[in-house]
Each structure stands twice: as C-alpha cells, then as structure tokens.
Design a protein around this ligand. Structure first.
Ligand SMILES: [Zn+2]
Ligand SMILES: [Zn+2]
Length: 353
C-alpha cells in the first residue's frame, strides 16, 4: 500500500509498505479521506517531535470504511460490519490513569495518538489495534469523506464548548479565523449566538459564510474598542482564543463582559508567557478555561452532528489531493492557499473548490 511516513523529523516520504497484519482482534479500515492541519505541518517540519514515533504514518483527521475484521471479532457487535463508513477518533486513551478515571480521557497521561505515535490516516489502509476499537465511530448516514474527516477538529471544539455557556442571547467573540476559529463560528452561530470573528482580512469572508454576523481585522486596543462598540459597551459574553498568540490573552480579558468566559482553545508556543491584569479577572468575575483534544463522547457527538447535517462545514473543504500528491497538499496548508485540505487515498487527480 501507499503511505506517507516520517522516517525522521522534517522528511515526509511517500513509501510502499506491506498491508498491515490483521491480528485476531484488530480491524483494518480503508482510508477514504484524511484532512490536514497545522499539527501535521509542525510534525513534518520537525517543530513538534514530542510523542512522534520515527517512521510513523502521519494523519489524524480520518474518514474511512471498515474493510476487514480479525477472526475473533463479531461484525456489528465488536466492531462495525465491513462496508460501514466510519470516522476514527485519534485519541487512544489508557482508561485507567487519573485523568481517564475523572472523565478526562482527552488528556490521558498515557495517551497514544493515531498519526503521531501510532500509524495514521495518510495511507491506503489503517490498522486499528484491539485497544483502539472504541475509536471506530460509524456514521449514521453516508456523507462526503472529507467532511467526515472534520469530525476530529469538530470534536475538539465540542470539548471546549462543554465549559462555555453559549445560548441564543450570547455575544461570542472568536479570535482567529483559521479552520478551528471558523468551526467555532459555525457552532456558536448554530446555537443562535451573535458572533464576531477577528482574523486576517483574507479569512473574513469565510467567517461570514460560516455564520459570523460581524467580522474585523483590527488588533490590540482598536479591537477592544471595536468589541465594546459591537456589544453596546458590555463586552463579549464568551471569547474563544483560536490562534496560539499569547498576546491575545490580555486582549481577550479586556474584550470580555462582566461574568464572561474566556477559552484558551489554541495551543501556545512552548515557553511563551501571557501578561494579564488579575483585577480584570477579579472585578469582572471572569472564568478562564482551557481545552485539549477530545473524548470519545465528543468525537461521537461530532460524527453525529456532521452525519445528520445539523452543522454544515462543507465550505471549509477547499482542496483535495490524491495521496500521491501529499507534498502538494502540505504546501497548500503551509501557504494557507485554502481552508481545509483533504488527502484522498485511492484518488488520482487533485481538485480545487
Ligand atoms: Zn488536526
Ligand atoms: Zn489515561
């Protein structure tokens, strides 16, 4: 089979590999689409090495179809029957560490991830070992594979949402209009909230298309003034930081209404610090929360949200490449040529929307 593997940091290589061996309690999936994100790029360029197994097959946003079940597995009982369209949650949690037993398997102390520690979705076939069978999540309805692959980033956004009270009367400010910021726009808009998105000028139209009612490219004090004006002086009820710029943390605090919530959703570069006036938190009674990865429940909710059409994220998929052109796919991510880039194992021609 064809696979994009990482023999060492900074060197993604397209290789021919034998098909994975199917153990008696394993499942083989045929990959139909794997979308790429900034994390993949950081792994390929060597900026991220923690938890990356040398020679691993990259790709963690995976839509697939069940191909073969190990001889000890009963179709439809232990795993979905062959032919079923499925998403694959990348988080393989241990189930017994302190975070896992406290219901936070998304930050498992012994986490293994498809596409980082375990072979991922940039291949024709992926092996799901027995300990990860629960990661296989059937789609209730057939949907476009690149759309189903978005269940992974959506699951992370849903995870953050469990601690953010967003209702139809909320004013929500999204800082950052990359794919993650845009998914947060769509989610908040679907809840009926009034959404302002702040990001680079080229991404403001997509933010409007995905549900933002107001967009701005302003920064710093100008952004604070813009948000105050938009909210009649009160500030936003919820501010989601969806880009890893620590300078946005104090800005977010200034943009937040009394009693409001701030989500540090993005990861920030290691070693960076944010300076924040603690009296803003104190006198304005702010709540600051973080969020990382997703639980299997979040992932199942994401697959259900996409497969029922409750949320339409299809405007996010702007590029599709066959696996043979994985380099071009990564270039499209690197140059921010589009929004989400999907790699389609088994396809031959690239398409652009
Ligand atoms: Zn990702
Ligand atoms: Zn654990």
């Amino acid at each position: 089979m064809l696979a994009a593997s990482l023999p060492s940091p900074g060197s993604l290589t397209l290789v021919r590999r034998p098909l994975p061996i199917l153990g008696p309690r394993d499942v083989l999936l045929r990959v139909e689409a794997t979308t790429l994100c900034g994390t993949d790029l950081r792994i390929v360029t060597g900026q991220k090495t923690h938890g990356v197994t040398p020679g691993v097959i990259l790709g963690h946003e995976i839509a697939a179809r069940v191909w073969k079940l190990g001889v000890d597995l009963r179709p439809g009982i232990d795993a979905p029957a062959p032919g079923t369209q499925v998403g694959l949650a990348p988080e393989i949690a241990c189930g017994h560490c302190v975070p896992c037993t406290a219901g936070r398997s998304n930050v498992c102390a012994n986490m293994a991830l498809f596409g980082t520690g375990v072979d991922g979705g940039l291949a024709d076939v992926i092996r799901v070992p027995e300990r990860a069978l629960a990661c296989i999540t059937p789609s209730a309805r057939e949907i476009a594979p690149p759309l189903l692959a978005l269940a992974e980033p959506l699951s992370c956004c849903l995870r953050a949402r469990t601690r953010l009270p967003i209702t139809s009367t909320s004013r929500v400010l999204i800082l950052g209009t990359g794919p993650i910021g845009l998914i947060h726009c769509a989610l908040a808009a679907a809840a009926g909230a009034s959404v302002m998105a702040c990001g680079r000028p080229a991404r403001l139209d997509p933010a409007l298309a995905l549900g933002a009612s107001t967009v701005t490219a302003s920064q710093g004090d100008e952004l604070v003034a813009t948000v105050r004006e938009w909210s009649g002086g009160a500030g936003a009820d919820v501010v989601i930081i969806a880009v890893g710029d620590p300078g946005l943390v104090p800005i977010a605090a200034q943009c937040t209404a009394i009693g409001g919530y701030i989500s540090c959703f993005a990861g920030f570069p290691a070693g960076t610090l944010a300076q924040i006036d603690p009296n803003l938190i104190h006198y304005r009674e702010l709540t600051i929360s973080g969020s990382a990865n997703a639980t299997l429940e979040d992932y199942a909710a994401a697959v259900a949200t996409l497969s029922t059409g409750a949320l339409d994220l299809s405007p996010l998929i702007t590029h599709e490449f066959p696996l043979t052109q994985v380099d071009a796919a990564l270039d499209a991510v690197r140059s921010r040529a589009g929004l989400k880039v999907a790699v389609r194992p088994g396809r031959n021609k690239p398409t652009e929307r």
